[in-house]
Ligand binder design. Sequence first.
Ligand code: WT7
Length: 587
Amino acid sequence: MSGTTTHQRLEPGEPSPNVAAAATAPADSFWAVARSELEGLPGGGLNIACEAVDRHVQAGRGATVALRWRGKNGERRDFSYADLAGLSNRFANMLRRLGVGKGDRVCTLAGRIPELYIAALGTLKAGAVFCPLFSAFGPEPVRVRLSKSRARVLVTTALLYQRKVQAQRNDLPDLAQVLLADGGGAEPGVHSFQALLDAESDQFTIPFTAPEDWALLHFTSGTTGTPKGAIHVHEAIVAHRFTGRRVFELQPGDIYWCTADPGWVTGVSYGIIAPLACGATLVVDEADFDARRWYAILEQERVNVWYTAPTAIRMLMRVGAEAAQGCDLSALRFAASVGEPLNPAGVLWGQEALGRPFHDTWWQTETGAILIANRLGQELRPGSMGRPLPGITAAIVRRRPDGGVDLLDAGEEGELAVRIGWPSLFRGYLDDAERYRACFADGWYLSGDLATRDAEGYYWFLGRNDDVIKSAGHLIGPFEVESALLQHPAVAEAGMIGKPDAFAGHIIKVFVALKPGYVASAALHKELLGFARTRLGPAVAPRELEFMADLPKTRSGKILRRLLRDRELGLPLGDLSVLDADATPTG
Ligand code: WT7
């Protein structure tokens, strides 16, 4: 396959046209220094799992706890770096036996169970591509992602398999093997994870993986089209480790807890890779949010560094700082947040309840690692995302009609852009060179976030320039939600918006126009919400639904979600000249 800009399909290992520049930063650059701190593989290779696990064993830290797992029901299991090395070796051997290797996709659909961490690291060792799916997705988002990724192997549990995958197996011809963490099935191609691992050796030599070989695939959403698979390469470990050291100041032996689920990028980059690459002990809690449980974990595990999200912080604030009183949180050195705007009250509440302010950090699925942060030792500006890290050049830009960008001054509002050339920049959207190219202009990566920069170089988040929303920290695109509703026979049109919510940031609301012959009723309202929830799963399902005679559209027929949102919020409706005259709202 050629490397020209006309191809749509990118093969593993093939450099994508736009980032050839990113991958070939000058040898004496800042990042080359960060790179030189890594172990590497013989012959100039690089492998994330080697840096995250094996190098610590080789350096004599095999007995250090790598993963401390706390189960829902009070169980507690420790995995040392040596244990994790052996188990991920078994998984890599197993993949090899199944004929799964370089560039093949291995997906997980599971909660925070030890098997997920073993599978992630073993997949990377085998040179295959790790692709996590969020366990609260319904059958529809799961099928779309398994199909788009052409997953060969899925690691999941019996219940999740039965509920979300089994009935769709015929639509997934590439999915040869399913491994159940909690036992095997009688079905062909469905195995017991444990039994397969038990049969393998715990010795494995990582085959050569080049820095540009694909390592991770994370699905993310845009305004239009199906979810996009953002591709990350082994080189990303340079940024993971660097940010682990420079933002969290992680050292071997530190206790670190990231509350993000590994079904999303934060839970992989900072819930697995970065802390392990720094030699820290990773705390993993299988259970969902519970304020008392969380304070108990911070205290009992003597967590030094904590990475969480604004939704969780708001929920802790609701319970009140008193809940933390009496907990000894003296081990906590640094608390940080990501994923949504963190307002000044949240920052300061951290100081009150934990004795540490929350430090906001900014990044995206596409950036692979933290690029902007409030760091220790620098002035913390509550409400600001912080300043670009060393090695990162950020700017506020305005797109020009000719496809270039203009750089804006301090105080001006525009799009947050980052100069390409950092190691964890995504290398493509799977099978979608078009959408990938649209993310770049004049050597800048364009984030889609609107922001300003102040005179001291701190960045302040303003909003998104598209129609995706964040609900409980999860990025949700309208296409997926609207498509699910359109499968219902009564639905003619559907438009999704994010409606502000005191805890989740936003909840999903859909506006629905019915087909002729259907009448809006309380029963249909309930049916449609249930229909969406069954297909999409609780994390992506709309919480509110409103019937409308017609949805407002542009003359070319695109639904004007922004108008729906402004109406919902009672905002002035602005310029309505793009509207299709028939659909002009009256209210
Ligand atoms: C979007 C990226 C968060 C990294 C992993 C999730 C929003 C991220 C902040 C912040 C305000 C933030 C942006 C960004 N976001 N950090 N500190 N303040 N908004 O990555 O799911 O791709 O989401 O999250 O809108 O574009 P993601």
